[in-house]
Design a protein around this ligand. Structure first.
Ligand code: GLY
Ligand code: MN
Ligand code: MN
Length: 529
């Protein structure tokens, strides 16, 4: 095919023509601009926020993993391609006769490449579709006249294993133009960052922490660093002031980046809520469909596939995270992703599967008996987890400290497990309830957040769970029961909205759903030899 010029020419024409029949409900250019304007309001004076694309990763030889954009870059621009960098300035900048407060360096168009790897927006597409004014090819940044050293640079930690290529070149030029002086190793950067945030009160704790870092990292650069050693050898407040002064000449990823970006992303706008409602709804419908189809002779893989079908039927591009479909003991492995047991048999099946729709992830778990009927032990655990979830829902409103959700979950589960005789004392709850009950949800399944208290239009999960693997210190009748129920809620002023409620949740409703028939059960494929 490569040798046929005619075919290449034809394909080039196809690649540069506009794509039709696309979804109409993506975030708007106005949304992304609004986010940049809000960021600018919160940025310190004379600062610039730099956001880089995530690197592309190779799956096998010349096959890449599905590219996942940096959610921050997508949030502030709508751009989903690699090899790019967005600079957002606090104040208006003047270069020659141009005034601007943002510059975007994007991946260059290349019709020959696009025939193989897909369409690119390019400079003109980014101007037209995403509404940016100052847009250049990434390759132009190196010689772009911009002295970044006079700004307070705010940027995220960058991966250090991206090899050569355009992204690496963008980062290199950024550091050169910004006169960025980074510590010579990652562990040293961690130690400098810790020292920068040390107060006289936290000094002795910090010094012990840094000694631990030296021992655990085995990093020679950190071990031999004169600034670090100065503080370790004489850990008093005078030395602290002296070393902190020396660190002023270093410029490295700042806590400001996370504070600013997480502070915005943790509160969802109406456009984001609309997408989160869609991704949670369609994921919940997939769970309801799987409940109808589930049978003891099905495999974990087959159920996994049915989820994927329903997600795609609704137009979801991807999964928010690797799906978990675990029967029996597999449901007790928190991040079980093999999903390869060939028979569910009469076991409970824990399914934690959520779609990603236009970038926004759902995160939904249901636990269903494969034969459609809970055993008394399974039902006892299930109903206890359900009760914990109901109690936490009551706290899901503005003003609740985030940590209270977990405190309440632990209380309910502890009391229940004591009553069932599964634990003998309160502290043993941690044997069976082993994760937190909530996290934020958005462009990332574990979304960024910074505020320790719930606020209106935050979106979080509520996901209590109990896991009793084989060999646990309780009656064997409880073994291999793993139950999690997970829903996605929008925090309101006085209550919350469950946006994944389309999946049955009460044990009775789960059994009713499982008693239904699914068209999937009638699909018989030829036997595989
Ligand atoms: N699915 C990942 C989680 O529940 O946090
Ligand atoms: Mn979750
Ligand atoms: Mn989950």
């Amino acid at each position: 095919m490569r040798s046929s010029l005619l075919v290449i020419w034809l394909l080039c024409i196809i690649s540069v023509s506009a794509q039709e029949n696309l979804p109409k409900d993506y975030l708007s250019a106005g949304f992304h601009k609004g986010r940049r304007d809000e960021l600018r309001k919160r940025m310190p004076e004379n600062s610039v926020v730099a956001i880089f694309a995530y690197p592309e990763r190779v799956f096998s030889r010349d096959v890449s993993y599905t590219y996942h954009p940096n959610p921050d870059l997508y949030y502030f621009s709508g751009y989903k391609e690699a090899e790019s960098m967005l600079l957002i300035f606090k104040e208006d900048q003047k270069i020659g006769d141009k005034t601007f407060n943002e510059v975007f360096f994007v991946r260059q168009r290349n019709p020959m490449e696009e025939v193989w790897t897909g369409r690119r927006l390019g400079v003109e597409g980014v101007k037209k579709q995403l509404g940016f004014q100052e847009v250049y090819n990434s390759g132009e940044f190196k010689n772009f006249s911009l002295d970044l050293s006079k700004y307070n640079l705010i940027y995220d930690r960058m991966p250090d294993d991206i090899g050569a290529g355009m992204l690496s070149s963008l980062m290199k030029s950024f550091k050169e133009k910004g006169n960025v002086k980074e510590p010579a190793s990652k562990p040293l950067m961690g130690a400098y960052s810790a020292i920068r945030n040390t107060t006289p009160q936290s000094l002795s704790r910090r010094v012990n922490q840094i000694k631990g870092m030296i021992a655990n990292s085995g990093d020679e650069v950190l071990k031999n660093d004169p600034i670090v050693n100065e503080l370790i050898n004489k850990p008093d407040s005078v030395t602290l002031v002296s070393v902190q002064q020396k660190l002023k000449s270093y410029n490295f990823p700042s806590e400001d980046y996370n504070r600013l970006v997480a502070g915005l992303r943790e509160i969802k706008t109406p456009e984001e809520l609309a997408l989160l409602r869609k991704s949670s709804f369609l994921s919940a419908v997939a769970h309801a469909e799987v409940m109808k189809a589930i049978q003891p002779n099905m495999s974990e893989t087959e159920l996994h596939g049915l989820f994927m079908y329903v997600h795609k039927k609704y137009g979801a591009e991807d999964e928010g995270y690797p799906p978990i479909v675990g029967a029996g003991g597999n449901g007790c492995i928190l991040h079980y992703t093999e999903n390869n047991a060939t028979k569910l048999n009469n076991q409970l099946v824990l399914m934690d599967v959520g779609a990603e729709y236009h970038g926004y992830s759902a995160d939904v778990t249901r636990t269903v008996p494969a034969n459609g009927k809970f055993t008394p032990e399974q039902k006892a655990i299930y109903d206890l987890v359900y009760q914990a979830q109901e109690e936490v829902f009551k706290l899901c409103k503005e003003g609740t400290p985030f940590r209270d959700l977990n405190i309440r979950t632990t209380e309910v589960l502890t009391e229940g497990l004591l009553k069932l005789g599964i634990i003998k004392q309160k502290s043993e709850v941690s044997l069976y309830y082993i994760h937190g009950v909530s996290h934020h949800l958005g462009l990332d399944v574990h979304d960024k957040s910074i505020t320790p208290t719930l606020k209106e239009n935050m979106v979080i999960t509520v996901e209590p769970g109990i896991y009793i693997p084989k060999g646990s210190a309780c009656d064997q009748k409880w073994w291999d029961i793993g139950v999690r129920i997970e829903d996605d809620v929008i925090i309101g002023k006085t209550s919350c909205e469950n946006i994944s409620a389309a999946a049955p949740r009460k044990s009775e409703d789960v059994e009713k759903a499982a008693a239904k028939k699914s068209v999937v059960n009638d699909m018989v494929l030829p036997a595989m030899k």
